[in-house]
Design a protein around this ligand. Structure first.
Ligand code: NAP
Length: 250
């Protein structure tokens, strides 16, 4: 039997890299997507088990980026990607009252919506038909705790993450009859480049707000993905899974 295939966006580093490594260990052939950091993506490729995996480059802040990426992934994967993990993302402040000019505000809010949400939605649209035809698939969005509770000075980011979560609910209802499981994962703080500056600046306060007393490792998110791609998770479809050390319970 041919191995199942997985496309992980933003797999050059951080959480995406850990997911790519884990899915390869789980027996998937992985398409490792990156944008600007080819050498880091090559490191990911070196870290995944097996040599059948591929690197795919695309700028997902471009409206056509997801289309180009889906086309390349389908070509590499013989017409079907079984698992989509939309993990690529950006986390920029978008304060309303701190001298950001209107153009900067518009640009940054739109960048979040395009990369964090719309690119993943476009990928789902383009990859779901082959999953439906096969009668099995997974569409997983790496969202955020911020998408559930909001975050001061990060409304653009939080709104894009809420969009990923709500999109997942609609998709799950629509695609469950076709055997496609749809999930969002909502991490709290995870130790990656994205969080490094905040953790360096206010790590003690951040950890004090987490009853578990620490931030997560990227591998903890990857292990959750590893579970969600098993048949044991079929009936969980539509859920957003919190992974935040009990820092936000609802
Ligand atoms: N770290 C946290 O505390 C945390 C918490 C909750 C949720 N999350 C979410 O988890 C996901 C991964 O976060 P992370 O911490 O691993 O982030 P990260 O270390 O900053 O990595 C971001 C990834 O996104 C890719 N990317 C950036 N701009 C892109 C663009 N224009 N087009 C395509 N890809 C682009 C990067 O590719 P290149 O390196 O090739 O440019 C990189 O692979 C994000 O969606 C984030 O919102 C993170």
């Amino acid at each position: 039997m041919k191995p199942k295939t997985a496309l992980v966006t933003g797999a050059s580093r951080g959480i995406g890299r850990a997911i790519a490594v884990q899915l390869a260990l789980d027996g998937f052939r992985v398409a490792v997507h990156y944008h600007s950091n080819r050498s880091a993506a090559e490191e990911t490729l070196g870290a995944v088990r097996g040599n059948e995996h591929v690197l795919l480059c695309a700028n997902l802040t471009e409206p056509d980026g997801a289309g180009a990426l889906a086309g390349a992934a389908l070509k590499e994967c013989n017409g079907r990607v079984d698992v989509l993990v939309h993990n690529a993302g950006v986390y920029l402040p978008t304060p309303l009252l701190e001298n950001e000019d209107f153009k900067t505000w518009q640009r940054d809010v739109r960048t979040h919506m395009q990369l964090n949400f719309l690119a993943g939605a476009d990928l789902a649209y383009l990859l779901a038909p082959a999953m439906a035809e096969a009668g099995w698939g997974r569409i997983i969005q790496i969202a955020s705790r911020a998408g559930l509770r909001g975050e001061a000075r990060f409304s653009g980011y939080s709104a894009s993450k809420a969009a990923q979560i709500n999109f997942t609910k609609s998709l799950a209802v629509e695609l469950a009859p076709r055997g496609i499981g749809c999930f969002a994962i909502a991490p709290g703080w995870v130790a990656t480049e994205m969080s490094a500056e905040a953790l360096a600046r206010e790590g003690n306060e951040i950890r004090a707000g987490i009853p578990a007393g620490r931030v997560a490792a990227p591998e903890e998110i990857a292990q959750l993905v590893s579970y969600l791609v098993t048949p044991a998770a079929d009936y969980l479809t539509g859920n957003t899974i919190d992974i935040n050390g009990a820092s936000y319970l609802h």
